[in-house]
Design a protein around this ligand. Sequence first.
Ligand SMILES: [Fe+2]
Length: 321
Amino acid sequence: MALRPHGITRLGYIHIALHGRDMNETRAFYCDVFGLLETKSSSLDRLMFKCWHESAPFSLVIENSMRPGLVEIGFEVADETELDLLSKKLSEHSAKPEPSSSNATLPGLGQSVSAQIPGGLKLRLYASLTETPSYVTGMVSPDWVTPRDLRATPAPLFLNHVGVTVPRPKETTDFLCSTLGFFESERIESDDHRNLLSALLFRSVKDVGGQELAIFQGEGGLLHHIAFTKEDFSDILIDAQYLRQERTRLDPLGPTRQSYGKTFSLYFFDPNGVRLELCSGGRYPEPHPEFKPVIWTEAHLKKALSFYDAEVPPGFLDPCL
Ligand SMILES: [Fe+2]
């Protein structure tokens, strides 16, 4: 018998907006170079993608808008009762939840509640999708083989986490842990331990766990990166070749063992400068009361961000959108 889930159960999707960018080029990058599946796009003004190993209808939404930026982060919750409970908690903490009906914000999304949280981030919680989740490889006796059209691309398995910047990481982290039940798996503190500079937070225990939100100190509500899961670090090295052959800009950091989060990671950019990550490995989180975060100090920032690189490249911690 499965345990009854409660609260937020998983990171569902990332929704970003671009302005004045070539959406045809964007679609070509995500489908033909990165290896996602286009799903519920209604036009070039709103592209929707999923990974081939995801059963939900979308995990990445890219919109053409006059207001570029990180639009919102979607989290699925256990059921409607839990959605009501979390909505009440948001109200009690002055986050002013706003309800939306099914399909009102995104096609395929059930009833939802959005809220601005400390740090300038907008979250959306939802309890259901309007269609039955299904894998492209089928739900009955699947082969679990990368679809033919996606081979020779990274074709990641699923959305892993999103990196964001906020002015006061402690305030944002405290809110997410106390109000929405997140756990903290790792953190970076100032050398005197007085200031929290970054934190990795999670709700679901999954392959490549320990982070669904990576919070960094910076300007409020901006995107740092969007990360996707690969099974194995050696795949990521091959993927770097595929990306470079398509003239994708790789970040000067890595590919590397990223000690902070315990992943093997490759960072690169889509044609619009959106920073993406492929990662494998990770800390295995255990959300029991004795679970404690790994603590890094600023003096060890270089080792935290890359076990291999001699220096952290300038700009690596800057937001991208
Ligand atoms: Fe990351």
